[in-house]
Design a protein around this ligand. Sequence first.
Ligand SMILES: Nc1ncnc2c1ncn2[C@@H]1O[C@H](COP(=O)(O)OP(=O)(O)O)[C@@H](O)[C@H]1O
Ligand SMILES: [Mg+2]
Length: 257
Amino acid sequence: MSEIILETKGLTKHYGGVHALNDANFVLHKGEHVAIMGDNGAGKSTFVRQITGVEQRTSGTVIFDGQEVHFSGPLDAREAGIETVFQTLALADALDVPDNLFLGREKTKFDWLGPFRFLDYKAMRNDTLAALEKTGVKIPNIRNTIQNMSGGQRQCVAIARTASFHSKLTIMDEPTAALGVQETAQVENIIRTLKEQGEPLILISHNMRQVMDLVDRIIVFRRGRIVANLKKEDTDGQDIVAYITGAKTGAEYEGAA
Ligand SMILES: Nc1ncnc2c1ncn2[C@@H]1O[C@H](COP(=O)(O)OP(=O)(O)O)[C@@H](O)[C@H]1O
Ligand SMILES: [Mg+2]
């Protein structure tokens, strides 16, 4: 088996009395694309938030790229090489598209006349146009602030951001839930490109067709626990739904090695 990029051991998050995530043991290999499926409230987004440091875990270990990590927030995780499209979008409402794409990693240039670095707006604008072209997303005016955009457009900006930087790991939490058919197809093309480039991905999705088209392996969450770890070729939609609903139990789940 190839090298491991991400591993969680006993990852647990309780919100007071709500046991949102319990003892999640998960492994992702370099280059691998894995889907996380599960009913609403199963703990999928909670899992992502503990890995990326959006929240601090109750207990457990996260090992990323060979090192135990404890990110203080999503920017910290991004700096380490994890690019995430969150379910509730982490876009800054008052900023325009280029500013959102480069938030936390602005391009600068030297002014040879002085000791200061300046933001390189021209480079950022050009990279933004290239990134959007890659996603096929049409946004009439990229100087529009995010708060004036539709849900689909906002989602596309977030995905363009993910696709335009090389990262060690990409996580997408229901990236196409708010998108139309055409935009969904574009996002799926981005995911295929990541696969070709050998970049690993965790994709949270309810879309069975999409999952079966795109990933190598499927993890099922139910009531805060991982109940199945299935290679795509060993399963089908009916089997997965049985795990999601609890018709089939996860007795045979033995960790995702
Ligand atoms: N900040 C929070 N405070 C209290 N309960 C929460 C919080 N966030 C999530 N939960 C609860 O944790 C459980 C898992 O939620 P979530 O991870 O969002 O599920 P999913 O992404 O699989 O739909 C749900 O019961 C949800 O209500
Ligand atoms: Mg969720």
